[in-house]
Design a protein around this ligand. Structure first.
Ligand code: HEC
Length: 135
């Protein structure tokens, strides 16, 4: 009988013990959630950029500041197929791209107020290397 009693006492102590443990998974999961969020935030960004935005730092910088909003972080375009620049070098020369930046084209407004001639040359030279074969 004594042994049985002893077991019961240890059972009674368990709920207290468990309550203490239960807090940990909560803390742990919110910590893991934070890590997951920050990893996906950074990982997603670098993956997208390393895929297509590889090139001279200054040209990529111009693209990020002045073109990315409409042409997307991976050059795939945000405003329909005409804004896809992933293989733009197959269709346009550097000079033609400079002209589009300066004068605009269709729904694309001129960028000359925001992009200097020098920057237009840089980003156009880089974009002109975006060809199907180069991928
Ligand atoms: C306000 C949004 C916007 C910005 C900013 C913008 N573009 Fe565009 N771009 C467009 C749109 C929309 C088109 C499609 C034009 C059309 O055919 O109607 C386009 C088309 C182009 C084309 C021609 C694509 C083709 O297949 O003929 C090139 C090249 C281009 N943009 C380069 C750039 C560069 C380089 C920059 C940054 C200096 C830039 N664009 C900034 C919206 C934009």
């Amino acid at each position: 009988m004594r042994i049985h009693n002893n077991k019961e006492t240890s059972h009674l102590q368990q709920p207290n013990h468990r309550r203490h443990l239960r807090k940990k998974p909560l803390l742990l999961s919110s910590f893991l959630l934070l890590i997951t969020i920050s990893l996906t935030a950074c990982g997603g960004g670098t993956q997208q950029q390393s895929a297509q935005l590889e090139g001279p730092a200054d040209a990529v910088e111009v693209y990020k500041n002045s073109c990315l909003a409409c042409h997307a972080a991976d050059l795939s375009g945000k405003m329909g197929p005409e804004t896809n620049l992933t293989t733009i070098g197959d269709r346009l020369t550097k000079e033609q791209i400079v002209t589009i930046i300066k004068e605009g084209k269709g729904r694309m407004p001129t960028q000359s107020g925001r992009v200097s001639d020098e920057d237009a040359e840089k980003v156009a030279a880089w974009l002109a290397t975006k060809k199907e074969q180069a991928k």
